[in-house]
Ligand binder design. Structure first.
Ligand SMILES: *Cc1c(COP(=O)(O)O)cnc(C)c1O
Length: 339
């Protein structure tokens, strides 16, 4: 038995892709599967998203694109990140499309010209070149999840800067833009987090008809009863005030159960249980419900425990929790299920 098991529900991925497509009025859905599909598995998610109606897959680096190309020979693959140092022969051979932020457009590769409309990272301030290699014009929202006014201003700048190039497909929306700013959907949307059924707003994803696809479970590998005054974990930060049963779960921050997730809740034997004490590299302690014992299943994500909840407990965004979950064979196991 592995220390933990990550299960990806491909039916949920399909549902989310269809829910997003249902919002679109003719614009294409491009599924963003960078960072190994936000920790969900880029190949499984990418293949499922395409089957469900997505038109292209987006990654961050040429290396991610090459890996995806080996598994999905026919997919349209767009590299979103900075590709200034990419090996163009390899990119051509793998039929990747690049995003380019310089007036100098590489030869013989389809490119999307990136405009900076307020993100303040890569991007040109105007459309500097539109040779035959340019297949799209793009920009990226900085705060579509929190700031409607700034988002609208970014959209206006993008529309103005691209007004004389409307023969080229234009795309700017991420998940939050797609869900909250219909005018930003343009010719294509690039959705990542929503495809996984995670809310870009850090709130309940079901409000936007999204279903979480990732389930993470482990089990109670040791039961300890602490006497009053005894503690569990590094730094003795949790001290029992009465006889207290704690369960040790063999998952820690090296698995992506972050050290700042102390206090978050998981499910043990069907009941909510608090994570107490310091999270170790390879283990955490949970307060055991009365009915729980050795070997009982612990749901770290799933059964109502949301990645959004853990993000709130640790003061970060759900993206970082999802990407951080380690499902390498030496630590845990990941499988995709489809029913
Ligand atoms: C990651 C990324 C996206 C997807 O963002 P979500 O918030 O996950 O939907 C879209 N566009 C670009 C350029 C990105 O880097």
């Amino acid at each position: 038995m592995h220390r933990s098991l990550v299960t990806i529900d491909l039916a949920a991925i399909r549902h989310n892709v269809r829910a997003l497509l249902g919002l679109l009025d003719g614009s294409e859905l491009w599924a963003v599967v960078k960072a190994d599909g936000y920790g969900h598995g880029a190949v499984d998610v990418g293949r499922t998203a395409l089957e469900a109606g997505a038109s292209a897959l987006c990654v961050a680096t040429p290396g991610e694109g090459l890996e995806l190309r080996r598994a999905l020979p026919r997919a349209r693959i767009v590299v979103l990140g900075d590709t200034g140092s990419a090996d163009l022969a390899v990119v051509r051979e793998a039929r990747l499309e690049l995003s380019v932020s310089t007036a100098q457009v590489p030869e013989g590769v389809p490119v999307h010209l990136k405009l900076d409309t307020g993100m303040g990272r890569w991007g040109l301030s105007e459309v500097a070149a539109t040779g035959s290699g340019v297949v799209g014009l793009m920009s990226h929202f900085a705060s579509a999840d929190t700031d409607p006014e700034f988002t609208e201003s970014q959209l206006s700048r993008f529309l103005a800067a691209t007004a004389s190039h409307t023969h080229l497909p234009r795309h700017i929306a991420n998940s939050a833009g797609t869900l909250r700013h219909p005018a930003s959907r343009l010719d294509a949307v690039r959705c990542g987090i929503a495809v996984y059924g995670i809310s870009p707003f850090g709130t309940d994803p079901s409000a936007d008809d999204l279903r979480p696809a990732l389930r993470w479970e482990s089990s109670v590998s040791l039961v300890k009863t602490l006497a009053p005054g005894e503690s569990t974990g590094y730094g003795c930060r949790y001290v029992a005030t009465e006889h207290t049963r704690v369960g040790i779960v063999p998952v820690g921050y090296a698995d992506g159960f972050r050290r700042d997730m102390t206090g978050t809740e998981v499910i043990v034997a069907g009941e909510r249980a608090a994570v107490v004490g310091t999270v170790s590299m390879d283990a955490v302690s949970v307060l055991l419900p009365a009915a729980a014992g050795l070997g009982d299943m612990v749901t770290l994500v799933g059964d109502g425990v949301l990645i959004e909840d853990h993000a709130r407990a640790s003061g970060t965004i759900p993206y970082e929790i999802a990407c951080g979950i380690v499902s390498r064979a030496t630590r845990s196991e990941r499988e995709a299920v489809d029913e």
